[in-house]
Design a protein around this ligand. Structure first.
Ligand code: ZN
Length: 144
């Protein structure tokens, strides 16, 4: 089954997916989601950006649990609603990217400061989306 990214140009699919950000060619600041126009770094006058692949691993900065179905425009993918976890992951580039947590993982698998890796999973029959998968350290027992 082939799926297409739910948001075009924000990530690459495949076995080793990467998020695509914009790097200001003047001050080297990296932005995600991709941006254009003017640089949001107040100390920079740059307006030229290059597409850049972000690191596939980062550190969990914060996380939360969506126990209730969010209001529209959220599109429920299950009926009844199934709780999912969200993680904010800080990348070495210095930015924090929010995403759902990979299938089979929940808040019990998350810890601030732990490592998470980017994966791409099917959102529905036609679309894929990036998610954060907790990286299980060597010797540590996985709950799932
Ligand atoms: Zn800049």
């Amino acid at each position: 089954m082939t799926t297409t990214p739910a948001v075009q140009g924000w990530f690459t699919p495949g076995p080793e997916p990467t998020l695509l950000g914009s790097r200001c060619t003047t001050c080297e600041t990296v932005f995600f989601p991709p941006t254009s126009g003017f640089c949001r770094n107040p100390a920079c006058n740059g307006d030229d950006f290059a597409e850049t692949a972000l690191s596939r691993r980062g550190t969990i900065w914060s996380y939360t649990d969506a126990q209730y179905q969010p209001p529209p425009p959220y599109v429920p993918t299950t009926d009844p609603f199934e709780a999912f976890a969200l993680a904010a992951v800080e990348l070495p580039e210095g930015l924090v990217v929010l995403g759902q947590v990979a299938q089979g993982y929940g808040v019990a698998d998350l810890r601030v400061g732990a490592e998470a890796e980017l994966v791409v999973e099917n959102l529905d029959a036609e679309h894929s989306i990036w998610r954060w998968k907790p990286v299980t350290e060597m010797g540590e027992e996985a709950d799932q």
